[in-house]
Design a protein around this ligand. Structure first.
Ligand SMILES: Nc1ncnc2c1ncn2[C@@H]1O[C@H](COP(=O)(O)OP(=O)(O)O)[C@@H](O)[C@H]1O
Ligand SMILES: [Mg+2]
Length: 234
């Protein structure tokens, strides 16, 4: 079995604090996998370890079968990991068009360019000349996803995309993720919002205190009410 993205036995520390304990997960081509867990469970740390923003002490990260555990973040991005951070990081003094353009990565090409990306994000079309800093939280979230998509990633990582968003924006995001799936994009997202996660994902990985405590299909996850109660706020 070859995976687009694979983490095997990740152990990550912040200083002396041991945060991730043998975290393993794998994402196959075309799949949407959701990493679920409470605040502080280790979702963002897992993503940072995957993309190379936080070093992994023990364990392996593989992109399309290539061990990239020791590669810096920009090289992993070139290999095809696109990342949408929790805190969005839109540049306020730059226009939406400029922010979008910053997502391009030299040497990576594919079907996604300004035109094809905007087809997926009709709400951004009329905002292209606005300054990033004037966008609402929901518009900024859409822009960060569009900015990651324009790099033509092989796998798109979305860290808690629905966090802090109004239900109407969450509904827009749900349609967007389902459309990206139809377009064949491979996605790894993290969520605490079980409804959103179950409506867009094929498989679930649940993390608690830095340990993976469940891996299975979404159907299996839905049946595991004890897992939901024990490890997620339900
Ligand atoms: N920069 C940091 N330095 C030290 N500890 C951190 C840092 N960032 C996060 N942590 C700790 O690591 C654990 C996992 O955090 P995080 O990965 O952000 O969880 P989640 O994204 O699931 O909310 C938490 O206990 C958190 O307090
Ligand atoms: Mg987080």
């Amino acid at each position: 079995m070859s995976y687009i993205l694979e983490a095997a036995g990740l152990n990550t520390f912040y200083g002396r604090s041991h945060i991730l304990f043998d975290v393993s997960l794998a994402v196959s081509s075309g799949e949407t996998v959701c990493l679920m867990g409470r605040n502080g469970a280790g979702k963002t740390t897992t993503f940072r370890s995957l993309i190379g923003l936080t070093p992994v002490k023990l364990g392996k990260v593989m992109i399309k079968g290539k061990d990239c555990s020791r590669l810096p973040a920009y090289k992993r991005a070139r290999l095809g990991i696109g990342f949408v951070p929790e805190d969005r990081r839109i540049l306020g003094p730059f226009t939406v068009r400029e922010n979008l353009g910053l997502g391009r990565i030299p040497g990576r090409s594919g079907i996604w360019n300004e035109e094809t990306v905007l087809e997926q994000f009709p709400l951004l079309v009329h905002l292209m000349d606005r300054l990033g800093g004037t966008l609402s939280g929901g518009e900024q979230q859409l822009l960060t996803i569009a900015r990651a998509l324009i790099s033509n990633p092989d796998v798109l990582l979305l860290d808690e995309p629905t966090e802090g968003l109004a239900p109407v924006v969450v509904a827009v995001l749900k349609d967007l993720v389902l459309n990206l799936k139809k377009a064949g994009i491979t996605i790894l997202l993290s969520e605490q919002n079980i409804r959103f996660a179950t409506s867009v994902s094929d498989r679930a990985v649940v993390i608690d205190k830095g340990h993976v405590v469940f891996t299975g299909t979404m159907e299996e996850f839905k049946r595991e009410e004890s897992v939901q109660k024990k490890y997620l706020a339900v």
